[in-house]
Design a protein around this ligand. Structure first.
Ligand code: FES
Ligand code: FES
Length: 158
């Protein structure tokens, strides 16, 4: 059995048939072939699967696809505009804020959510907000440097 949903993914309105027990992460990767969101833990503790739902970060491994009915979903694939990277993606490059890159899409989406709600976070605020995003390569200081550069670009509040 499948259930019909209407939703918007990366600015594109769509109708889709989803399984009742299918997570947003499974739906994105298996049905839409959007594979930038990745599974780390699968139980909501690592943040690698983070997407935005109505502008707020969500662990897509925990949310059922049926629950995005009528909502705006944004994935890492929706950030760049053509060849122009999102400022967060550019800040990650400029600050070398990744090694293997496995956590990076989720980390960037979490930062997007942070900056949506707080455009000039202090380091403490950024640390607190990103505490649910784990990087096994230990790039935390570079990630915080990227957030700091974005915060300063938005006007300094340190
Ligand atoms: S895979 Fe979703 S939080 Fe770890
Ligand atoms: S860059 Fe490897 S897990 Fe974060």
């Amino acid at each position: 059995m499948k259930i019909e949903i209407r939703t918007t993914v990366n600015g594109r309105e769509m109708e889709a048939m989803v399984k009742p027990n299918q997570t947003v992460l499974e739906w994105l990767r298996d049905d839409l072939r959007l594979r930038g969101s990745v599974e780390g833990c699968g139980v909501g503790v690592c943040g690698s699967c983070t997407v935005l739902v109505d502008g707020r970060p969500v662990s897509s491994c925990l949310m059922l696809a049926t629950n995005i009915e009528g909502k705006q979903l944004t994935t890492i694939e929706g950030l760049a505009t053509g060849d122009e990277l999102d400022p967060i993606q550019q800040a990650f490059l400029d600050n070398q804020a990744f090694q293997c890159g496995y956590c990076t899409p989720g980390m960037i989406m979490a930062i997007k959510g942070l900056l949506n709600s707080n455009p000039r976070p202090t380091e403490e605020e950024a640390r607190d907000y990103l505490s649910g995003n784990i990087c096994r390569c230990g790039t935390y200081s570079e990630v915080l440097a990227a957030v700091k550069s974005l915060s300063e670009g938005n006007g300094t509040k340190q």
